[in-house]
Design a protein around this ligand. Sequence first.
Ligand code: FEO
Ligand code: CA
Ligand code: CA
Ligand code: CA
Length: 642
Amino acid sequence: MGGHDEHDKWIVRSTEGVGATFESILKSRLSRRDVMKTVGVGASAVVIGSLGMEASSVAAQSSPSLAFTKIAPTDPAFDDVVVPEGYYVRTLIRWGEPLTASAPSHNVWEQTRAAQEQQFGYNCDYVGFLPLPVGSTNSNRGLLAVNHEYTNEELMFANYSFDNPTATQVDVSIAAHGMSVVEITRAPDGSWSYVRGSQYNRRLTGFTPMRLSGPAVGHPLMKTSADPAGTTVLGTLNNCAGGKTPWGTVCTAEENFHQYFGNLDGLDSNDPRYAIHRRYGMPREASERKWERFYSRFDVGQEPNEGFRHGWMVEVDPYDPNMTPVKRTALGRFRHEAATFTVASNGQVAAYMGDDAQFEYVYKFVTAGRYNPNDRAANMNLLDEGILYVAKFNDDGSGEWIPMVYGQGPLTEANGFTSQGDVMINTRRAADLLGATKMDRPEDVEPSPVTGKIYVALTNNTRRGAEGQAGTDAANPRANNATGHVLEITETNNDATAASFRWEMLILAGLPSDPSTFFAGFDKSQVSPIGAPDNVAFDNQGNLWISTDGAARAIKYNDGLFAVPVEGSQRGHVQQFFSTVTGSEVCGPEFTPDNKSLFLAIQHPGEGGTFEEPVSTWPDRVGLPRPSVIYIGAWDSRVIGS
Ligand code: FEO
Ligand code: CA
Ligand code: CA
Ligand code: CA
């Protein structure tokens, strides 16, 4: 971890001026209850007022029950999963398992595009459970929508050469990306199985035709030689996390799409498109996977616009296997981590989103139209019209959602914006111009279904405070932030359409022995070590569940899943519930509606090894490691965590 530990002497910027101590800033960002606990006083409005806290309209709730015995973290070399006493963990579906009746069994020695297009894909990330029938809360039968973020060719293929991939290997890799939709059923004993050949089973891949919609459809930058109208795209790539809409579709996030495009320097560096592609991190020369050698659409010199057709949120209806997925350009273009949805009291729908890169931003999209709970079809194009906002976190704990509307503020021709489509295609530059707050890699951003408060996982940013980079601020208070943090946002009037909010620090992750850590004021001696928060979810009680990606590097333990109450006396009591295998990150997490089953995606098990020299054999204990979706249940069928 190098010199990451010297956090006890931080000086951070604040409205109190440069030089305010970290502690003073932190106190001003603590919740009302924590302030009382921290300063050791009773419920005194005077004290609260003196710290500049507004009286909270949300009454403190009793502590939601979490009664499991936390597990100990495991060493990164430990290649097995761990759950608390009283729970079991089983594998539901692995990379390569056949989804259709006619799909061949997986054979790593005879992989083909045609086979992979009918088999479960690689590197599962997002997991969404959608009950069957549609609109029900059935916990025994449903569809699992699972993203396949990327491929580890060195683990998939024997004797793989990064310099000289074969055409077949490239095609298999493209087909191993995207999403799987698969029907699953739960037996009375709690065990799950997937239904091979279900009418719902489907694969979306890097080859699947998709439709563009919203402000950027037909934009000159969306037109290619294969699609002169700028309306249809082949494929979705690097689908990280996502979210379910209130009408039962799934939005999947195109995250690190830039890595698939090669030869940017084949484009004149004075071409305005060059600067946009660079702002999004496209490599100037060959891409890592060399797909551009086989498909000209991945060669920026030959198809300068194809890259603009990636980096979107893609809406998929898992209940309709014939639906053409739609890239919703109104939600902006960036390295989308996820989108999670909530319905405001007036029926407008808000989607919270992060752009997962160092010094990038947190966003919110609010639909113009209103959700109709009685007419599913009427909601299907809600995501085409609305306003995208980017977040500014002020050091005094206030915050603003800045609208990203063409013609407003700096988003004018003087700065190169001539339409709303321009703003959506070059969202990052628009956010720069609007003065949004540069964050420590925003991952999942999710509202609690119980309180409406929104939680922002910021996974890390080891360049914060480095020479030539942005320094610390109150919302990103650690320089060289290797272990990440979690913010809590409260919308003004608890209204998801609000233009302003308050925010507080919930967790500064790391080893509890690290003086820079903070767990909402909870006794550090009782919390689990946690590093690099990534995905978040809520149980029905409103407890926050956090999965991690990068703990092995950040705190020298395997990644895991952690539960933490966010209300009541246990607020900040982080406890580890699950530990994963060597080389992997933990994704999902997703509960069934009854909270008796919990799905997790184990992504890139054995990363760091190769086909010839694997460092993990999970889950089969023979041959290759296989990215898989697992489920956890209690032996006595109790609600998970209770
Ligand atoms: Fe794919 Fe930001 O994690
Ligand atoms: Ca992620
Ligand atoms: Ca989530
Ligand atoms: Ca991640």
